[in-house]
Ligand binder design. Structure first.
Ligand code: SAM
Length: 304
């Protein structure tokens, strides 16, 4: 299934399924012996969605191919440290007095439910309408109570989301804490550029921003060939184990090289820091995962 400029999806289709994959990794990490995170909502989403390729991420020990098992384990480690990175970013911002949070491409992120937010915080969640609909239905069916009531902004991030966000109550005159986690590869390079131009235009002084992006090495043909092979094996394992249509994640990405986010932010006056995923994996004793994972960068920035 190839992408189009105006495609939409439910939670089990196309890019929607990737939110379930991330939730599956968070469920596995949360239920492991020494978890870095605790996300009790992740499993609820998986149960509600039924089987699909995300089921493989939820059972990383199942495939008979040891390379696929290692790859799935690495994904769980990646999602665990990525979740910690964004959790810490938001809580540090909130404790420093920023009270307006915007989670772009929120998917099945449960930060509004599970983080110990101080009083007076507003969390805006922006994603495709059907994704947010699945999320709210599932959580309310289970009586999940948020720590801060999220404001949902159901809109496509290639459309006029700034208007939708402002209509929902967002105030561009106040400092904001933005996140765009697990999003950029699902946008074309020009849609990514427009996203950051719009964030910049909505960011008052004192605003903070965190995102993750693939590193330049990921565009090396050798790495791309290796990644294609890994994806084929993952897909084959999923087809053997899951009694459902499986979405091929690689067909959902836009593989073209794109603007380096850290440099773009610096050029636009932000103080930006870029840290390789590898450093975060090492910090948490998950070094093994670095061998299997696509080079990824964690970017954090502040607008003076
Ligand atoms: C890999 S998931 C990440 C979800 C969440 N940030 C997390 O880390 O758990 C990608 C998310 O991006 C959303 N997304 C991708 N492109 C989008 C677009 N053009 N408009 C709105 N949402 C989009 C998908 O619906 C999905 O929820």
């Amino acid at each position: 299934m190839s992408r189009t400029d105006d495609d939409t999806w439910s939670i089990t289709e196309s890019v929607g399924a990737t939110a379930l994959e991330v939730a599956a990794a968070r469920a596995v990490e949360s239920e492991s012996d020494n978890p870095l995170i605790s996300d009790p909502y992740a499993r609820l989403f998986l149960d509600e969605a039924g089987p699909g390729i995300w089921s493989l991420f939820a059972q990383p020990t199942l495939p008979d191919d040891p390379d696929v098992r290692a790859q799935l384990r690495a994904m769980v480690d990646f999602m665990a440290v990525r979740t910690v990175f964004f959790d810490e970013f938001f809580l540090t911002a909130a404790r420093a007095g920023v009270s307006q949070m915007v989670i772009l491409a929120s998917g099945l992120d449960s930060r509004a439910w599970r983080l110990p937010w101080p009083d007076g915080i507003t969390v805006y969640e922006v994603d495709q309408p059907q994704v947010l609909d699945f999320k709210t239905r599932t959580l309310s069916r289970h009586g999940a109570l948020p720590a801060v009531t999220p404001v949902y902004v159901p809109v496509d991030l290639r459309h006029d989301w700034p208007q939708a966000l402002c209509d929902a109550g967002f105030d561009p005159a106040r400092p904001t804490c933005w996140s765009a986690e697990g999003l950029l590869r699902y946008l074309t390079p020009s849609a990514q550029d427009l996203l950051f131009e719009r964030i910049h235009a909505l960011s008052a002084p004192g605003t903070l921003l965190a995102t993750n992006a693939v590193g330049a090495e990921a565009f090396d043909p050798r790495w791309q060939a290796r990644q294609r092979d890994q994806m084929d094996r993952l897909h084959a394992a999923a087809a053997r184990l899951v009694d459902a249509d499986v979405v091929d994640v690689e067909e959902l990405w836009y593989p073209q090289e794109r603007t380096d986010v850290g440099s773009w932010l610096t050029d636009h006056g932000w103080a930006a820091t870029t840290t390789p995923l590898r450093d975060w994996l090492t910090r948490y004793g998950r070094d093994e995962a670095a061998k299997d994972l696509m080079p990824n960068l964690f970017v954090s920035a502040r607008r003076p």
